[in-house]
Ligand binder design. Sequence first.
Ligand code: NZQ
Ligand code: ZN
Length: 385
Amino acid sequence: MQNFTYQNPVKILFGKGQIASIASEIPAGAKILVTYGGGSIKKNGVYDQVKAALEGRQWIEFGGIEPNPHYETCMKAAELARKEAVDFLLAVGGGSVLDGTKFIAVAACFKKGDPWNVVTGAAHAEAALPLGCVLTLPATGSEMNTNAVITRESTKEKLPFSSPLIYPQFSVLDPETTFSLPPRQISNGIVDAFVHTMEQYMTYPVNSPLQDRMAEAIFSTLIEEGPKTLADPTDYEARANLVWSATLALNGLIAVGVPQDWATHMIGHELTALHGLDHAQSLAVVAPSLLKVKSDVKREKLLQFAERVWEIREGTPEERIEQGIEKMRAFFESVGAPTHLAAYGLGAEVASEVANRLQKRGWLGLGERQDVTPVQVKHILLLAA
Ligand code: NZQ
Ligand code: ZN
């Protein structure tokens, strides 16, 4: 096992009715900015619950944070936060609202030029407003991690950044707030959580049986509970299990002491930025092909995945690896996430487009061994055509 330092300060308020507790989690006297997206919270009663919980508190709101949150929109919110001397942010929505709010928290405090530099890595976050979250879409794990992914609309760049300053102080996970999700977003949540787990598991062995089994438990839970929660969106128990799986898939716990990949995500972000695929759709396209192309260096973990997650024990190692990957592909398809570019109206030319972009950006080696070159990225996307 590799050395690690792990500290996760996020307080989780899980279950029915937990929105009512938020006021006691926010410092008395704080001026609160409530942030949200395109309006789903006004239709499903979540906005009303938040309003009731904040009764008597001083708060203003900023709506309109879009899926794959835009830098341009978040800068407006940061400006508002500064102008109104806001001292606490409350994100109410999915991963995009939360990621956007994390960026707003940093941008509102940033004094050394353009906060976009924090996203590109040219500068570090200096400070951030404290934030809390009411999560309405289980997928990203943003509710319990230090990451945010921001899109600059003007240049179509979608980039992640990370800082311990943007851990939420608390996150409310009430599965009932997710009952109103359309099937496509539930499907996205299942696939995103699955691929997060994959990015931290499907590398090479470092003698970390506990992290491996925790990751395998998340895979198996998603495989069992995903179809149940799609079939019956108001089955509380199944949805609760999806919500908690998605959080555990990316709260840092399964990543401790092990190598991590993240090439699928970096390639997927380009498909979203250039062609508008939902985040999880982009992962469903890239992941099976990437595992095929990297099956030599991921061999041991692919064999373990095939056996422990899919119970594949017959055949040569190559056959078992192939079957494991195909089982994963079939699972993504079965929950409603097509795994080929063609299903999203995209042709093979996308492969060169993405590879050239990464080359230009100097991203010459992705993955746990930094060996996923632009040439391999092209190959991966051609395989996914
Ligand atoms: O904007 P509203 O009206 O709220 O509608 C949203 C949006 O249209 C809707 N929605 C959310 N909760 C709902 C609901 N509709 C009905 N009922 C509800 N309860 O769902 C749509 C998609 O929402 P979005 O927040 O974009 O989805 P998701 O949570 O999947 O977030 C995706 C974003 O997170 C980033 C992705 O790149 C993408 O930008 N990621 C963030 C990560 C992180 N911070 O650690 C890691 C991930 O790998 C991912 O990259
Ligand atoms: Zn993801």
